[in-house]
Design a binder for this molecule. Structure first.
Ligand SMILES: [Zn+2]
Length: 880
């Protein structure tokens, strides 16, 4: 590797793919660290006399009367005079802070080209080059193509005092400083040590880190001082993960936090920025910023990030929407946690219009800092999102309407050189006054709409402009309606069809299901059995948008299940009706911890819900934090995971104890409606003995995930499923978009069953709409069995044989028409969840929503015994 040049290069001294100042890293002569070689450009030395250049504007300074006369005056107070007429702000230049020396922070260990750390020193260089090539910079190699190029702002090292405004001296500052004196071997060891979370160091990391923080300070001060109208700081190492006590996540010092505080404590500039808004659109949650200002009422932190229920870096619950600040800072922390990757322009614009801007306008900041990671950009593999440069420009444009236009954009993450360059260029052009490019796609996905609705509800407590207002369910000690509805259903089903409860005698199954399994009398003696797994009925209500309160007289309960029970009992079929609530109300597994006195609203199931979400490690961490515990976990999507797993256990218990022991010569039908279908899919997929006993499977799904039926040990299952299922899917489901995308080609594999597009949107409406077809289909199949029975009645024991024949036949068919699902299943990738098609769709990819889903581990069978995995053997996939 080329030795480092003794003085910082300007312009483009290296080729586009120039050196990264990689290692082993030579010691720089001390004087090279000073900034004399960085030109001051037109900007005076801001670190020195910033105070002396201050203007103070007061309403009593009425110079408008004589200002025409003093036009040509060159008084020191020129800005003030200017501000009274013309376009005083827009004629100011936009600032740019970039310093090549921030590239000195690099990995010590030589890495192969394929294994380059994503926080690559070239990141800032490519952005700077993009700005130069666009003609926005006054650079000797790239003459500017605009009348007023970017005004260069010089970086300087942040002082120790400035850094200590945010970071702890003993735990943080001294540690980072110590790395400057370490040997390369020590640095490699340090970077690889488990205590360091995604951090590397070399001897110049400390220097680069200080320079990055100082650059952020100077950039912010230049804006506050109106030396520039706004500015962008192209800086690294990034900062928003760095916590007061430790560096982490590629971040050494928290640049934007240090800059915020440094401006606020400035004797004169502090008056200009008593209230600061930090908007963090990096794809990761800025845990460091949140922690630094968690109880600060004067710094509003708003972060949009992929959260994936705590599975995305920095993992844990801190980035969830319930972390709203504490003490005087309560309400000044706003997290917009995306449930999955794959978010795009429509989602970000929707979030800005629905949450960020209303809250920001109400907060009315004096100054706006953007923690601008570009890792949500289309093309960034780490982020997996699809935000375009035009969208970044629009977000910038919206924020420019705040604080009299005083906005400083500071680079955070972003790892695709092309994406960050184009995105940063779009932001810079917008700062300079160019209108943002038009947006191509503006519709938000339903998961974003859902997230935003929940965030608005959480934030409605703290912001007058945000509706609907709480109260959120449960705070009055009320009951969840689904429990009330189930009791009503049980009563009603008893009155009409004499359904009574089937008891669940197993400790490992949640007691929540006690009320949920009902059966017709003597169902086990009937010739045919219909088992219906369904969600709670749909509730449809008009929404005023003002509060979360619903009017009972305006709320309608739609229950499609009863019409099937009515039909089945009229035909003298047996019925087992299983209601699987999406939220499971179970007592805490361990004695519930004593509740803090100020949180009377927490109910046991909420405690459980929280505990269920956390892995022990993050739970342990969270107890160390000063954060208050979330009291509203019913919004957490993890609770439905919990419900799903409990549903699986219940289905297999019912099968073993209430269905399999009895003969139903005319067949068994499984019906799965909504999320509850998951239990059916798992039951068939995981137990080779189930499908031969079935006459058919009927599925209804409006926007719920469509789950595949496959088995790792029996490839006939998939073919069987295709031939013996009816899967109704709402035309609103994202599944059909995929069909459009792949016009002509074979779109859906057999493991999703026989798909039927339904015009209905509401689940229970769908069940009612297709009742006649479904009943006819089931009746035909029952008749077929009955006839087969009649012709072979003497043989008496033909059931099993028939079923095996069916299996053979189906598998042959499957092979004949070239379907390779069976092979896929044989390869051991079978899992009824891995290929689940989710709705709302995640753009561009499938099976990625829902937190990565649940997959059956590796081979689908225990390597030791070859036995199918037990239903409990599911593991969450984790993604970083
Ligand atoms: Zn990031």
């Amino acid at each position: 590797m080329a030795p480092n040049p003794p003085s910082p290069p300007r312009g483009f001294p290296q080729a586009a793919n120039g050196p990264r100042f990689a290692n082993p890293f030579p010691q720089l002569p001390e004087q090279a660290l000073l900034s004399e070689d960085i030109s001051m450009r037109e900007t005076p030395d801001m670190s020195g006399d910033i105070n002396s250049r201050l203007r103070i504007e007061s309403p009593s300074d009425d110079t408008s009367e004589d200002s025409l006369m003093s036009d040509s005056d060159s008084e020191p107070d020129e800005t003030l005079t200017k501000s009274r007429r013309g376009l005083p702000i827009s004629t100011l230049p936009t600032g740019l802070c970039y310093d090549d020396r921030m590239r000195y922070h690099a990995e010590v260990a030589a890495t192969s080209a394929e294994n380059v750390h994503p926080e690559d020193p070239r990141r800032i260089y490519y952005i700077f080059k993009e700005l130069c090539e666009a003609g926005l910079v006054d650079d000797k190699d790239y003459p500017p193509m605009v009348e007023q190029p970017l005004r260069r702002i010089d970086a300087r090292e942040a002082t120790k005092e400035e850094i200590l405004l945010i970071h702890d001296e003993e735990d943080h500052y001294k540690f980072v400083r110590s790395t400057a004196a370490m040997t390369n071997a020590e640095l490699i060891d340090l970077s690889e040590s488990a205590e360091q979370d995604s951090i590397y160091f070399n001897q110049l990391s400390f220097f680069s880190g200080k320079l990055s923080a100082g650059a952020a300070i100077e950039t912010c001060k230049a804006v506050l001082d109106r030396k520039v109208k706004n500015a962008i700081a192209v800086i690294r190492p990034p900062g928003h993960h760095a916590e007061p006590l430790k560096p982490m996540g590629f971040c050494l010092f928290n640049n934007v936090c240090i800059a915020s505080k440094a401006c606020q404590v400035d004797a004169i500039l502090g008056q200009e920025c008593r209230k600061i808004l930090i908007v963090d659109w990096d794809v990761h949650h800025g845990n460091g910023c949140q922690r630094a200002f968690y109880n600060d009422p004067n710094i509003l932190y708003i972060s949009l990030h992929v959260h994936m229920n705590g599975q995305f870096y920095p993992s844990g619950p801190e980035g969830d929407m319930f972390h709203c600040g504490e003490g005087p800072g309560l309400g000044k922390n706003v997290n917009i946690p995306w449930p999955s990757k794959g978010m795009g322009d429509g989602d970000y614009i929707y979030a800005f219009q629905s949450v960020v801007m209303p809250i920001a306008v109400e907060f009315d900041p004096d100054f706006v800092i953007v923690a601008a990671g570009f890792d949500a950009a289309a093309g960034d593999e780490l982020g997996g999102c699809f935000v375009t440069p035009a969208c970044y420009a629009h977000m910038t444009h919206m924020l420019m309407s705040l604080a009299g236009g005083k906005i400083a954009v500071c680079l955070e993450g972003g790892y695709n050189f092309g994406a960050i360059s184009k995105s940063a260029l779009a932001v810079t052009r917008t700062l300079m006054g160019e209108p943002p490019d038009r947006l191509q796609a503006t519709a938000a996905t339903s998961s974003a709409i859902d997230t935003i609705a929940k965030v608005r509800n959480v934030q409605s407590k703290y912001w007058r402009s945000i509706y609907p207002k709480e109260p959120v369910a449960g705070i009055f000690g009320g009951e969840r309606l689904h429990d009330i509805i189930r009791r009503y259903q049980a009563m009603h089903l008893y009155d009409k069809y004499k359904l009574t409860q089937l008891h669940i005698f197993r400790d490992t199954i949640t007691r929540s299901f006690d009320q949920q399994v009902l059966a017709t009398p003597n169902y086990e003696t009937k010739k045919a059995l219909i088992v219906i797994f369904h969600d709670s009925p749909d509730l449809l209500a008009s929404n005023t948008g003002i509060s979360t309160q619903q009017k009972p007289h305006d709320t309608w309960l739609v229950d499609g299940t009863q019409s099937y029970i009515h039909w089945a009992t009229s035909q003298n079929h047996g019925v087992i009706d299983v209601n699987i609530p999406e939220f499971i109300t179970v007592p805490a597994p361990a004695p519930a911890p004593a509740l803090p006195a100020d949180q009377p609203g927490i109910k046991p199931e909420q405690q459980y819900g929280t505990a269920g979400l956390l892995d022990p490690a993050s739970a342990a961490t969270s107890t160390q934090h000063q954060y208050s515990t979330s009291t509203s976990v019913e919004y957490a999507s993890g609770t439905s995971d919990l419900a799903r797993r409990e549903g699986e256990k219940l289905a297999s218990y019912l099968w073993e104890n209430y269905i399999e022991p009895y003969a139903f010569p005319h067949g068994i039908f499984l019906v799965g409606a909504g999320h509850a279908f998951h239990s059916v899919a798992k039951l068939i997929s995981d137990n080779d003995t189930v499908y031969p006993a079935l006459s058919g499977v009927v599925v209804f799904s409006s926007t719920q995930p469509i789950r595949p039926v496959t088995s790792g040990t029996n490839h006939w299952v998939t073919g069987w499923y295709r031939e013996n299922s009816l899967v109704y899917v709402s035309e609103k489901h994202s599944l059909w978009k995929k069909e459009k995308e792949k016009q002509g080609g074979k779109v859906f594999s057999k493991r999703y069953g026989r798909l039927v597009k339904s015009p209905a949107e509401v689940l229970n409406g769908m069940m009612l709409l297709h009742r006649e077809e479904v009943v006819r289909w089931m009746t035909e199949r029952i008749e077929q069995r009955r006839e087969a029975m009649g012709s072979s009645e003497e043989e008496g024991e033909d059931d099993d044989d028939n079923e095996e024949d069916d299996g053979e036949e189906d598998s042959t068919k499957a092979d004949a028409d070239g379907d390779n699902d069976a092979d896929a299943a044989k390869n051991g990738q079978a899992s009824s969840d891995a290929d689940t098609i989710d709705d709302p769709a995640v753009k561009g990819e499938s099976g990625n929503g829902d937190g990565g889903g649940i997959v059956v581990s590796a081979a689908g069978a225990s390597p030791l015994t070859g036995a199918p995995l037990s239903r409990g053997d599911v593991v969450m996939t984790t993604e970083q």
